[in-house]
Design a protein around this ligand. Structure first.
Ligand SMILES: *Cc1c(COP(=O)(O)O)cnc(C)c1O
Length: 800
């Protein structure tokens, strides 16, 4: 921008005055933050306008990424780095007596997502912009994001997340680009000019108002858009009621309508058939498709829609995009069913994120019929045509297996497969399970649709931005090309036994651990030893992720220490939220805190073991933890974690994976070799066989192995300073069902933990493993993932 410090200061002070109505002496921290965003925005928006202009001139194919969740985290620091003006800005602010760090801390995380799925969407936007691929994220502007978590008396307590209170100034509301979304009513079929047409009647219509956030690429002047929709009532109040003095009634409808974009559902990997959620899904899809078509028709003919537009649906949540696109093409654009179907299938592609039965969306027929009568008719027709085809070609049994509508429910995954040209899983293992088990019948019919796209993460946020020290060391050693071409990281392998490099790496890890120790002390009061192994499990709380397995090992180790057996000092760090209504997961949080209470204050343990729970896990907190981790706990039951992305963030920061052969862990093993990772436990195939044959008996395992019995009993025998019934539910789950094979994998996990200890004691070996992990992490950059999507699914090209 030809930005220099003096110019920056001038613009900044001017913004403080003209946009915040204050001056340097009077300004609050929020004023100072807002003025900074305005100052950066100037430059950012110019680049944005320019990118849009170039894109339109080129009239190239564009992808729209539909997702109910986006989890970008904080934007200030990122945008400064991506613009290449962080140092300049830091110095200029300093000269005015303002601390950039303080302003960064003031900014709220944009947490419009639960966890991995939403973070993936944010990483994809980052990579698309950095690779100059024309793309646009489409989501909902939830007024309240994922709840904030407080730990009170060891329990999770939820508080609302009013993320817009620190401005929301990055984006811009486009009032004149509102579209109308219709709910309810009925459909009338009539003949007009010898053609059957459908008219929607008696519906309620609401407005969808777009809020566009610029998504800047890394030092490339390229800016994509994240479009977030807000639900808005057409009328602010009903004048008739107002005149009668019935003020509440007068605004009732407005409140009801605006509730659609009020709050994010806090359930991860768990489907609930709530009508408000269905409204959210349709609201996103209908508004986005209408706005895409409006823009598209300005310069193109509808028949070649799929040649210029790709729409990707992130999990089944936006699957209504399929019938909605059909509806618009048929009812508004006048296309025939066949023409519309051809365009729809060739436009839409779908990513499956899980095989967990409780996460599979199945909407009750009556709910869809009442809320979306025309969409419902189209789904019925899609189902009928597909069913009849399969019946004809493959017989009755197959036809039954693939029915989209069954038992008065619409199976959204089936609808998504039938209505799209590409179905992908998110790691090799997961895609193979889809093909051979969960979606076998569909793979049989459409083998060419199925493909794998292993997830990735943006190395620019999770290494460059969050681990500055390590990034600098890497750049000093191999140059800074890795920031744009992460494959360059491979060059680090030649430093695996370089004494000076290893010492620096170790030093950096230590400094990062000291910084995290401060956060731990401030947040929990616990003092930890930065020379201990930082053993970290941070992710959503879910029984399949098996935080409980980690806990049982801690109980075992604690016992070992008390028996005076040699144990290398460890700090176990946990962080993560549980869905509000998920009792068992919340009890695991309580269990960790209860165990920490007991161990951390036991003087006999003498700092050999510390157990820490950091509250309110979120992107910005995670960025402080990954750089300080030695051990990455990725211990889900094999077959359950479709990919995982936390595992990749740890690896890139030089932590060593302790994991099961699940999700992308399998590919981490492939990338680093078996000497550079510690794996254990049942294989996916074994787990799936146990489910099929129903021949796993946890009670037998418990009785056979005293170590297991000993640890498990401590949940209920008064060992913890708590009511003996507190953890009864967890205890019973382990003994009676153990759906996730915690007990089955326990002994092997203990062994794996001992292996970690052995490796850590040998500093040279540990450093070498750590470097090998960093050096081979490029394949887990979302740049690699997005290039594959662009080439193999979307057929889009970058703009030079
Ligand atoms: C990466 C990330 C996740 C996903 O972690 P997994 O270990 O893959 O479950 C969840 N939440 C946040 C905030 C993240 O940054």
């Amino acid at each position: 921008m030809g930005f220099n410090k003096e110019y920056f200061k001038k613009v900044y002070l001017n913004n403080l005055c003209t946009l915040c109505e204050t001056n340097l002496e009077e300004a609050t921290l929020l004023d100072k933050y807002n003025a900074l965003v305005y100052t950066i925005r100037d430059d950012l928006y110019k680049k944005w306008v320019n990118t849009n202009k170039i894109r339109k001139e080129n009239n190239v194919k564009k992808v729209y990424y539909f997702s109910l969740e986006f989890l970008p985290g904080k934007l200030l620091d990122r945008n400064l780095i991506y613009l290449g003006i962080k140092d300049l800005c830091n110095e200029a602010l300093e000269e005015m007596g303002i601390s950039l760090k303080e302003l960064e801390e003031l900014e709220e995380d944009a947490a419009l997502g639960n966890g991995g799925l939403g973070r993936l969407a944010a990483c994809f936007l980052d990579s698309m912009a950095s690779l100059q691929l024309p793309g646009c994220g489409c989501g909902i502007k939830y007024k309240y994001g994922l709840f904030k978590q407080k730990i009170i008396n060891g329990y999770q307590v939820e508080e609302e997340d009013n993320w817009l209170k620190s401005g929301g100034l990055w984006g811009i509301t486009k009032i004149d680009k509102c579209v109308e979304v219709k709910f309810g009513g009925n459909v009338k079929s009539i003949y007009e000019n010898n053609k059957l047409i459908f008219k929607e009647e008696n519906y309620h219509s609401i407005l969808a108002e777009p809020y566009d956030v610029p998504v800047l690429g890394y030092k490339n002047e390229f800016v994509n858009t994240l479009r977030l929709w807000r639900a808005k009532s057409k009328k602010d109040f009903d004048f008739d009621y107002f005149s009668l003095g019935e003020y509440l009634k007068a605004v009732e409808e407005k409140v009801d309508i605006e509730s659609i974009s009020y709050v994010l559902y806090p359930d991860d990997n768990n489907y609930k058939n709530k009508v408000l959620r269905l409204k959210q899904q349709y609201f996103l899809v209908s508004a986005s498709i209408q706005s895409i078509i409006n823009e598209y028709k300005k310069s193109n003919k509808i028949n070649s829609f799929h040649e210029k537009i790709a729409i990707h649906i992130n999990d089944t949540h936006p699957t209504l995009a399929i019938p909605e696109l059909m509806r618009i093409l048929i009812d508004y654009e006048g296309l025939s069913w066949q023409e519309a179907w051809h365009i729809t299938v060739n436009t839409i592609s779908y990513t499956n994120h899980t095989i967990m039965p409780e996460a599979l969306e199945k909407w009750p027929l009556h709910m869809v019929k009442e809320l979306l009568p025309r969409v419902y008719m189209i789904i019925e027709e899609i189902n009928k045509r597909f069913y009849e085809r399969v019946l004809r070609e493959k017989g009755e049994q197959k036809a039954k297996n693939i029915a989209i509508i069954f038992n008065n429910e619409i199976n959204m995954a089936k609808l998504a497969i039938v209505g799209s040209h590409s179905v992908n899983g998110v790691a090799k293992l997961h895609t193979n399970i889809l093909k051979s088990e969960v979606m076998r019948d569909f793979y049989d019919i459409y083998p060419e649709r199925f493909n794998n796209k292993t997830n990735g993460i943006t190395h620019r946020r999770f290494l460059l931005k969050s681990n500055t020290k390590l990034s600098n060391l890497i750049s000093e050693s191999i140059g800074d090309c890795w920031i744009k071409s992460p494959k360059e990281l491979k060059k680090l392998e030649s430093f695996a036994e370089d004494k000076s490099f290893c010492e620096k790496l170790q030093c950096i890890k230590k400094e990062n651990k000291i910084e995290l120790s401060k956060i731990i002390k401030d947040s929990t009061g616990i003092i930890v030893d930065e020379n201990s192994i930082f053993d970290v499990q941070i992710k959503r709380f879910h029984l399949y992720k098996r935080q409980l397995l980690n806990v049982l090992n801690i109980i075992y180790m604690y016992n070992e220490v008390l028996q005076n057996r040699d144990v290398f000092p460890r700090t176990f760090i946990f962080s993560g939220k549980a869905a509000r209504g998920y009792y068992e997961a919340k009890q695991v949080i309580k269990l960790i805190n209860a165990l920490g209470e007991k161990i951390n204050k036991d003087s006999r343990v003498k700092d050999k073991i510390k157990v820490v729970f950091l509250e309110n896990y979120r992107v910005s907190l995670s960025e402080r933890i990954f750089p300080a981790a030695d051990v990455s706990e990725q211990i889900s039951t094999a077959s359950k974690e479709a990919s995982g992305t936390g595992n990749m963030k740890f690896m890139m920061n030089g932590a060593i994976t302790l994991g099961t052969l699940d999700g992308a862990n399998v590919e981490i093993l492939e990338a680093v070799g078996k000497e550079n990772i510690v794996t254990f436990g049942l294989k996916a195939e074994e787990v799936l066989n146990y489910y099929k044959n129903r021949n796993y008996n946890p009670f037998e395992v418990y009785n056979r192995e005293p170590i297991i019995k000993n640890s498990v009993d401590k949940l209920v025998n008064g060992f913890l300073d708590i009511n003996r019934d507190e953890f009864k539910v967890l205890y019973n789950e382990l003994l009676r069902r153990d759906e996730y094979f915690v007990l089955k994998d326990f002994m092997e996990y203990i062994k794996a933990q001992k292996k970690i200890e052995q490796l850590y004691k040998n500093t040279n070996v540990w450093n070498k493993i750590s470097i090998t992990n960093i050096a081979n992490s490029a394949r887990f950059s979302s740049d690699r993932t997005i290039k594959e999507y662009a080439k193999e699914i979307w057929n889009i090209e970058n703009i030079k």
